[in-house]
Write a protein that binds this ligand. Structure first.
Ligand code: BES
Ligand code: MN
Ligand code: ZN
Length: 503
């Protein structure tokens, strides 16, 4: 889909220009209180009061998310005009805007329009500008058209014919809107990569496949890829990471991907992603129900690769490093057993009381490895605990950090993109639950506050830098009929990096 921007002012002449524009589908926002204002008013006049009559009959009421498509109306040049309810003007929040945009996208895609002139970004969203609206619209449109068909034997005909979307913005916002459209596409491309990697089955998306994906990104975007195999991982003494990989015949891969967009001496932001390409639980085997969804246990890795792709395409003036420990978690003759004690790269010994708490075992060595970059901040992203779904459901990712400043930056980035997170504690008091009789630390802390004790385990390996942890167990994919990866938290992470570039 091709996105562009065009200037139309809100004067009468500008609105008349819009009403007469050459497009297969004109998309028009209407508010609940006053459906016939601005562009809708101009269209009403051109149609000799058709819209006023429809408002009177209650067919056009501006209720949030409602849509009404009119075809070939005498007096209008576009073949179709789609009216989209924006709700109450004084309540047009980011959420409301996104809801209306999704509804509009569904209606336009269901029509056979090949191009559309999108005027919704002209509506003022509380505390945001047109550039924000354009970017959010690009992301929503791309999200609505995403399909995963790689594994079907026959090419499925694409169900979308929409090829071109032009955003109408005020002349003084044109420049910012252009950049926003470009950023929106970069973020959507990053999200699509994240979704593809998540949706691929475990027999295709192996640790080696993730490594190959990183190599490909390096070639395409001039990044530096460094990929370590089992021998090199052993040489680094990553005993905890290797204890998870031991049960699998797939060789583990330790992936480092560097984007150098900032000055050489600028400290990088390091993104660490959990890359368990399939989590059976290991010897602490999971029950069978919905186990297929554990192919999504590499969504942390997928999202850091998607984010670095977006950052590279946007060309942010910033140094970003993605670090991905990738492995399967399988039962096997050589697999780690409950009660085994392993030595992490940091030197801390770990009693593996449950082999299904494997995410923290691979992340802790990656977090120790990250020290060598002298990072400005390290953020790890992981489908870490089922307990996080119990705590926050599928709405918010769990955010953990000892740094209020870093946590606030990430929370704000989540709010700005609608890819929200909710902060949970990482306090010393919970470390009590991780005590082991036989090693420095146990890898599980019992049922109470399961996500918090997982974060507290990671915290032991992050003393040397500013750190935050995102638990995306509830937000990385959807189950049921709409089963599929969401591309979260790529919007949150990229917004955080955009804000870091600007600060
Ligand atoms: N990958 C899972 C967490 C998970 C489970 C994410 C279900 C999304 C849906 C993780 O490796 C895991 O198995 N965690 C255990 C930890 C427990 C053994 C302390 C869990 O959450 O049950
Ligand atoms: Mn597990
Ligand atoms: Zn897991």
């Amino acid at each position: 889909m091709d996105f562009s921007t065009k200037a139309f002012d809100s004067t009468k002449a500008g609105q008349a220009g819009l009403a007469n524009a050459k497009t297969e589908c004109l998309v028009v926002g209407v508010f609940e209180q006053q459906p016939l204002a601005g562009l809708a008013k101009a269209l009403d006049a051109a149609s000799k009061g058709l819209l006023a009559r429809m408002v009177k009959r209650g067919e056009l009421d501006g209720k949030l998310g409602s849509t009404l498509m009119l075809h070939e109306v005498a007096g209008w040049s576009p073949a179709r005009v789609l009216f989209v309810g924006l709700g109450r003007e004084d309540k047009l929040s980011q959420k409301a805007f996104n809801e209306a945009t999704r509804a509009a996208a569904r209606a336009v895609l269901a029509s056979r329009a090949v191009d559309a002139l999108w005027t919704l970004p002209q509506a003022t969203v509380t505390a945001q500008n047109a550039a924000w609206a354009v970017r959010a619209s690009v992301i929503a449109l791309r999200d609505a058209t995403y399909r995963f068909t790689q594994m079907k034997s026959k090419a499925e005909p694409s169900n979308t014919v929409l090829r071109k979307v032009v955003f109408a913005v005020a002349p003084d916002e044109l420049k910012a809107a252009r950049v926003a459209a470009r950023h929106g596409e970069a973020i959507a491309n990053g999200m699509a990569l994240t979704k593809d990697l998540g949706n691929l089955p475990g027999n295709v998306c192996t640790p080696t496949y993730l490594a190959d994906t990183a190599r490909k990104l390096a070639r395409e975007f001039k990044l530096k890829a460094e990929i370590l195999g089992p021998k090199q991982i052993e040489a680094l003494k990553m005993g905890s990471f290797l204890s998870v990989a031991r049960g699998s015949v797939q060789p583990p891969q330790f992936i480092v991907l560097k984007y150098e967009g900032g000055p050489a001496r600028q400290a990088p932001i390091v993104l660490v992603g959990k890359g368990v390409t399939f989590d059976t639980g290991g010897i602490s085997l999971k029950p069978g129900e919905a186990m297929d969804e554990m192919k999504y246990d590499m969504c942390g890795a997928g999202s850091v690769l998607g984010t670095i792709r977006a950052v590279a395409e946007m060309g942010l003036k910033l140094n970003v490093i993605a670090v991905v420990p990738a492995t399967e978690n399988m039962p096997g003759g050589k697999a780690t057993k409950p009660g085994d004690v392993v030595t992490s790269m940091s030197g801390q010994t770990i009693e593996v009381l449950n082999t299904d708490a494997e995410g923290r075992l691979i992340l802790c060595d990656a977090l120790t490895y990250a020290e060598r970059f002298k990072p400005a901040a390290v953020i790890d992203v992981a489908t870490l605990t089922g307990a996080c779904i119990i705590a926050l459901g599928h709405v918010n990712s769990g955010l953990f950090s000892k740094s209020d400043a870093l946590a606030d930056e990430l929370l704000a980035a989540g709010r700005a993109t609608g890819d929200t997170a909710w902060r949970l504690p990482v306090e010393e008091e919970y470390q009590e639950q991780l005590k082991s009789n036989f090693a420095d630390v146990a890898n599980i802390g019992g049922r109470p506050a399961g996500s918090v004790t997982a974060a507290c385990f990671l915290a032991r390996f992050t003393e040397k830098y500013e750190w935050a942890h995102l638990d995306i167990a509830g937000t990385a994919w959807k189950s049921g009929a709409a089963k599929g990866a969401t591309g979260r938290p790529v919007p949150l992470l990229t917004q955080f990096l955009i804000d870091r570039e600007a600060r």
